[in-house]
Design a protein. Structure first.
Length: 158
């Protein structure tokens, strides 16, 4: 199954990269890069919750043309917040925290993938597994099973 990356998502990644924002792809699309692509309603990007990174992310969102409404830098500088735009299956969600792993710990272990010619920082397989285990929803546990089986069989993927 070939993943078709949304042009809007790739444009947002480009804007985040130009702004030097710290982000990582997480969620179902990250699982797809490491294991088996599956249907998902959105693109989840985990952003570092810090004032400087929030400024960079907001700069990228403005450049991208995101409908910011009353969103301000401070909203993205603390954990527990997020921002959602678009509609499924191309909705984009920015998350300031995820379960099971801290951004500071995960950032040095991130991987960089090429998505149709666009650089994308992706959570590491081990951190993705920790996140999925901690989240514990049925879909997350199914993702853990896929990732563990794929790793155990020595299939491609990092």
């Amino acid at each position: 199954m070939t993943v078709r990356w949304s042009p809007d998502f790739l444009d947002l990644l480009t804007a985040l990269n130009v702004a030097d924002a710290r982000y990582m792809l997480v969620g179902g699309h990250a699982v797809g890069l490491f294991g088996r692509p599956r249907a998902t309603k959105d693109f989840d990007l985990w952003i570092e919750a810090s004032p400087e990174n929030a400024r960079r992310v907001m700069q990228a969102l403005r450049e991208f043309g995101a409908p910011l409404g009353d969103l301000v830098d401070a909203d993205l500088s603390v954990g527990g917040n997020g921002f959602r735009m678009g509609t499924p299956p191309f909705r984009i969600e920015l998350l300031t925290d995820i379960s099971g792993v801290s951004f500071a710990d995960a950032w040095p272990r991130r991987e960089t993938h090429d998505l149709d010619g666009t650089r994308c920082h992706v959570i590491s397989r081990e951190d993705l597994l920790a996140n999925k285990r901690a989240a514990g929803r049925p879909q997350d546990l199914a993702d853990v099973d896929i990732l563990e089986r794929q790793r155990g069989q020595g299939l491609p993927g990092k």
